[in-house]
Design a protein around this ligand. Structure first.
Ligand SMILES: Cc1cc2nc3c(=O)[nH]c(=O)nc-3n(C[C@H](O)[C@H](O)[C@H](O)COP(=O)(O)OP(=O)(O)OC[C@H]3O[C@@H](n4cnc5c(N)ncnc54)[C@H](O)[C@@H]3O)c2cc1C
Length: 395
């Protein structure tokens, strides 16, 4: 006789990126029978954004950066599933989707939720593309524009802008590449030595660096178009260019949560406020947690921190499912250490690391060795239990 499996409740994660990956891999190891993990992302594939600055310049490995979710739970639907849809509205115990998905239709109910919707930044740092084909197409458009331009200007020198400028100049040494930054130094959350080493490597590459001056942005921004343009700055500079690439402006994807729980949003910056337990700061919704870049948090916005925050949220949800009370929840204790590896072309890099104990800065000799073209995309494929080989790379 076949016995029917007992019905399960859902833990939903909005956003299928680093916060969700941390939670999903932890769930994969110790899933509870009573619940399953439903990850919802408007993107059909995990985007390995870490390599986007390079892939916006160099071709040949784009398909490796869009990683299929289908085997994340090893095909065990009772453990978890990834749904390809946009969440359009968040309610106390369900979400509404912009399209029908098999088994759910347009509504997914949940017992617990992790809000991991991340942030928006302009392409090519992150792409609006929702499918692998569209993502590859966007990267190729950037490659073409950058190949055609003679005087590209990268506006904004956060990690993405710095890496992009370095990649362009390394791949096309003959181009006049300018990196324009409003601050007087790079990456203020990190040691001064990160700033200095980065500056020196870019100088060696031949990138023209303009610091402490701000671009006057045209109302519509700069289109991805190669044609003569003048870029004006507040400091009175006029830069002759033929392609401006914007690498500024991070905005949190917090609107859905803001509509349900305005209290949990920092009204100054629109990031999500959480308690140390990773529950949102709104006592009306103790079953809603948040993690990752969307948080109003002192952690540096990196994949590593999103990952461990996702795990912290999931662990507390599991405590509640197992009958624990609010008092049993563990606070998320951050390492609170800013770590980074800036990849500045094939052989150059700057790293702030605590791998050997103290927090130190390392240059290219240590940080720049053997970096694969796809910037470690194979790791993302390993997370989703799918080999990165000829048979699977186009999935
Ligand atoms: C170019 C680049 C390079 C980087 N390099 C590094 C690096 O080397 N190391 C490192 O640690 N970090 C790096 N980072 C930072 C790292 O990528 C982020 O910290 C990390 O991705 C944050 O993960 P997250 O899960 O919080 O959110 P995000 O990665 O922002 O993802 C949020 C997800 O939510 C989805 N989503 C949003 N709204 C909805 C909705 N309504 N419905 C459905 N889905 C939705 C989005 O599609 C997205 O997939 C880099 C970032 C960029 C942009």
């Amino acid at each position: 006789m076949v016995t029917a499996s007992p019905p399960q409740k859902n833990i939903v994660i909005i956003g299928g990126s680093c916060a969700a990956m941390g939670a999903a891999l932890t769930w994969g190891e110790k899933a509870l029978e009573s619940h399953r993990l439903i990850i919802i992302d408007v993107k059909s594939h995990f985007n390995h954004v870490f390599a986007f600055p390079r892939a916006a310049v160099k071709s040949g490995f784009e398909r490796e950066l869009f990683v299929p979710y289908h085997n994340l739970f090893g095909g065990d639907d009772r453990k978890g599933k990834v749904l390809h849809a946009r969440v359009t509205k968040l309610f106390e115990h369900h979400v509404e989707l912009d399209r029908e998905v098999p088994e759910f239709g347009t509504k997914v109910e949940f017992d617990y939720l992790i809000y991991g919707a991340g942030t928006k930044i302009p392409a090519p740092g992150r792409l609006a593309a929702e499918t692998k084909a569209a993502g590859i197409d966007t990267l190729k458009k950037y490659q073409k524009a950058i190949e055609e331009a003679e005087r590209p200007v990268v506006i904004g020198a956060g990690a993405v802008g710095i890496e992009l400028a370095a990649e362009i100049k390394e791949h096309y040494p003959e181009k006049h590449v300018t990196l324009l930054h409003s601050r007087s130094g790079y990456l203020p959350r990190f040691k001064k030595s990160v700033d200095v080493m980065t500056y020196n490597i870019l100088k060696k590459h031949g990138v023209k660096q303009i610091l402490g001056d701000r671009v006057i942005l045209p109302e519509q921004g700069f289109p991805l178009e190669v044609k003569p343009i003048e870029i004006h700055t507040r400091g009175g500079r006029v830069i002759q260019s033929d392609l401006a690439i914007m690498c500024i402006g991070m905005t949190p994807n917090s609107q859905l949560l803001a509509e349900l729980s305005p209290k949990s949003i920092n009204s100054d910056n629109k990031f999500v406020k959480v308690k140390p337990t990773m529950q949102i700061q709104d006592d009306q919704y103790p079953h809603i947690f948040a993690a990752g870049d969307v948080l109003d948090h002192t952690d540096v916005k990196t994949g590593h921190f999103a990952w461990v925050q996702g795990i912290a949220a999931l662990n507390n949800i599991m405590t509640l499912i197992n009958g624990g009370s609010q008092e049993d929840l563990r606070p998320y204790v951050s390492y609170d250490v800013a770590l980074i590896r800036l990849i500045l072309g094939n052989k150059e890099a700057v790293m702030q690391t605590n791998m050997l104990g103290p927090l130190v800065t390392a240059g290219s000799w240590i940080a720049g060795r053997n970096i694969p073209d796809n910037i470690y995309a194979a790791r993302a494929w390993a997370w989703v239990r799918t080999p990165l080989d000829e048979e699977h790379a186009d999935l």
